[in-house]
Write a protein that binds this ligand. Structure first.
Ligand SMILES: [Zn+2]
Length: 192
C-alpha cells in the first residue's frame, strides 16, 4: 500500500522537524516524543520513528547470539508499528461511530439505541497494547449495552485481539526455530 502524496508530505515534515535541530540520536528522540503528542497518524508516525531511532542507535551486545538479536529486532519492530496500528484502527472507529450515530438498533428488541459516550479501553495485540475509543450504546428497554463500531471491525469483548495474536506468534516461533536449526545444528534446506 503506497502512501498518498498528502501523507508523504506529513511524514517528511515530521522527520525534517525532528532531525533539523538535532545533532544526536537522543535529541532527535526527544523531538519525536514531543511530536508524538499530536493526535492521529502524524503523532503515531513520530512515536514509531522514535522507536526506530532508539533501536538503530542502541549499541550491539557482543555477548548476544543471533537468535537473541533477532528476537530483540522483532520486539523493536512491534514497538515501531504499534502506535500506527492504534491510530489506523482509531480512525476507522471514529469514521464508523460518526456514520452509525443514531442509527443503531438493539439486536434483541429492535429499538433505537441511545449513545452513552465513547469510553476508551485496551486490547492486547501481537504488536502491543492498543487503547481505543468507541461508542457505547444502550437499549432503554433491554438495558443491554453494545459497541457497534467495535463489533464492525471485529474487535472482541475479551482482553486480546485473538485473530491478530495467533498467526504472529506461530510465525515468530517458526522463524526462531529455523534460525536455531540453521545456525546451531548445521541444518540446511533440502534440495527440491
Ligand atoms: Zn432492546
Amino acid at each position: 500500500m503506497n502512501p498518498t502524496p498528502d501523507q508523504s508530505v506529513v511524514w517528511l515534515s515530521i522527520a525534517r522537524e525532528a532531525f533539523a535541530h538535532s545533532s544526536t540520536a537522543s535529541e532527535a528522540a526527544l523531538a519525536l516524543e514531543r511530536l508524538g503528542r499530536q493526535a492521529g497518524l502524524g503523532g503515531a508516525f513520530a512515536l514509531g520513528l522514535q522507536e526506530l531511532v532508539a533501536y538503530a542507535s542502541a549499541a550491539s551486545d557482543r555477548a548476544q547470539d543471533a537468535i537473541d538479536a533477532e528476537l530483540e529486532a522483532v520486539a523493536a519492530s512491534r514497538r515501531i508499528v504499534c502506535p500506527l496500528l492504534e491510530a489506523k484502527l482509531q480512525a476507522r472507529l471514529d469514521a464508523l461511530d460518526a456514520q452509525l450515530r443514531g442509527k443503531c438498533s438493539c439486536s434483541e428488541c429492535g429499538k433505537v439505541m441511545q449513545s452513552e459516550g465513547r469510553p476508551k479501553r485496551s486490547w492486547d495485540s501481537s504488536v502491543g497494547q492498543l487503547s481505543l475509543k468507541r461508542r457505547q450504546t444502550e437499549c432503554g428497554q433491554c438495558k443491554r449495552h453494545e459497541f457497534p463500531a467495535q463489533r464492525a471491525i471485529g474487535l472482541g469483548d475479551g482482553d486480546c485481539n485473538p485473530r491478530g495474536l495467533r498467526p504472529c506468534s506461530w510465525t515468530s516461533l517458526y522463524f526462531a526455530s529455523l534460525v536455531q536449526f540453521g545456525s546451531r545444528r548445521g541444518w540446511k534446506k533440502p534440495s527440491p
